[in-house]
Design a protein around this ligand. Structure first.
Ligand code: URA
Length: 321
């Protein structure tokens, strides 16, 4: 029987991701299937090269690095950009000769004036519908007066996987749904490649998608510290209510929020963190991938890593750290 990863729909999704069809999980394929997938030189017979060998599977647990405890508040306010992975929302792609790092906007501090105790207390009592209504009415920061609408989130209210992005853009602000622009199409394709989508009745196959902040920052600028701080209890409550078995943090702001680390994405990916006791996997923001297509292969590896971690969490009951 053909392996499900050779399914034509899945292969079409991978192609849309810009990944060659050979980007399937070799550890799940027979050697013959791997050989059948890989490109051949004219006249070459299937399985004729060393590279056609299926890799032995590495147990996910052995590759996993547990998160270190949250850094101190001092470390969290380190506001310097560390490299390209930090700048997923940063201004338009620079010209080939421009010094990209020098053009990056400064990194916002991770935490700054906290939401008031009254706000925290109120949010902690809300159910999903009440939280959505609260978010739509929120005016706790300046973005409340600038948006068309708040973007609460979309997906299954009990999703096994919760995806956390950064902030709504212009299209999301118009439609009231996260990730509906170009980056969203890429995200949908990436999710589809691993059998997930944003709509459906099955919590195992339907994700919940939310952002670190719920209102669009003008001009697509980075979220500011006070905006993140006011939205933080909303995201925390969303996580508590959905109670996913895996959190997928896309981009710097989500990664900082869910891991407490200011390290660049390149150093956070392929490691396992926990937030509210839920496993967290970090990957690149789809908008960054649109500008840096070569890193799509790493994002695919991160999705595979996330799948491994989800499987482990489901096996073991899913709580830790
Ligand atoms: N980028 C994000 O991080 N979130 C969205 O909802 C859209 C684009």
């Amino acid at each position: 029987m053909t392996h499900p990863l050779l399914d034509p729909n899945r292969r079409a999704a991978l192609q849309a991701l810009g990944l060659p069809a050979a980007f399937v999980r070799r550890s799940l394929l027979s050697e013959a299937e791997v050989a059948a997938l890989l490109p051949r030189l004219p006249g070459e017979r299937p399985g004729g090269s060393q590279q056609l060998q299926a890799r032995p599977a590495t147990p996910a647990a052995q590759r996993t690095e547990q998160a270190t405890p949250h850094p101190s508040a001092q470390e969290k306010t380190d506001g310097r950009a560390h490299g390209a992975e930090h700048a997923e929302r940063a201004a338009p792609p620079s010209s080939a000769s421009a010094p990209t790092v020098a053009m990056r906007p400064p990194v916002a501090p991770v935490r700054a004036p906290l939401a008031s105790p009254a706000r925290l207390q109120q949010i902690a009592t809300l159910d999903q519908a009440e939280l959505a209504a609260f978010t739509h009415d929120c005016r706790a920061c300046k973005l409340g007066g600038l948006r068309h609408q708040a973007v609460f989130g979309v997906g299954h209210p009990q999703a096994q996987v919760m995806v956390v992005g950064e902030a709504p853009g212009a299209e999301e602000d118009r439609q009231g749904e996260p990730f509906v622009g170009a980056a969203g199409k890429l995200l949908d394709n990436m999710l589809r490649a691993v059998g997930l989508s944003r709509s459906g009745d099955d919590p195992a196959r339907t994700v919940f998608i939310a952002n670190v902040i719920k209102c669009r920052p003008p001009g697509n600028r980075n979220p500011e510290a006070d905006e993140i701080a006011q939205c933080e209890p909303i995201l925390e409550r969303q996580i508590t209510l959905v109670r996913p078995r895996l959190l997928l943090a896309l981009g710097r702001f989500a990664a900082q929020q869910l891991t407490g680390s200011t390290e660049p994405i390149g150093r956070l990916r392929q490691r396992l963190f926990h937030h509210q006791g839920i496993p967290v996997v970090v990957s690149y923001h789809p908008a960054y991938l649109l500008r840096t297509p070569l890193d799509k292969a790493k994002a695919w590896a991160d999705l595979c890593f996330a799948q491994d971690q989800l499987a482990l969490a489901l096996q073991t009951g899913g709580t830790a750290a």
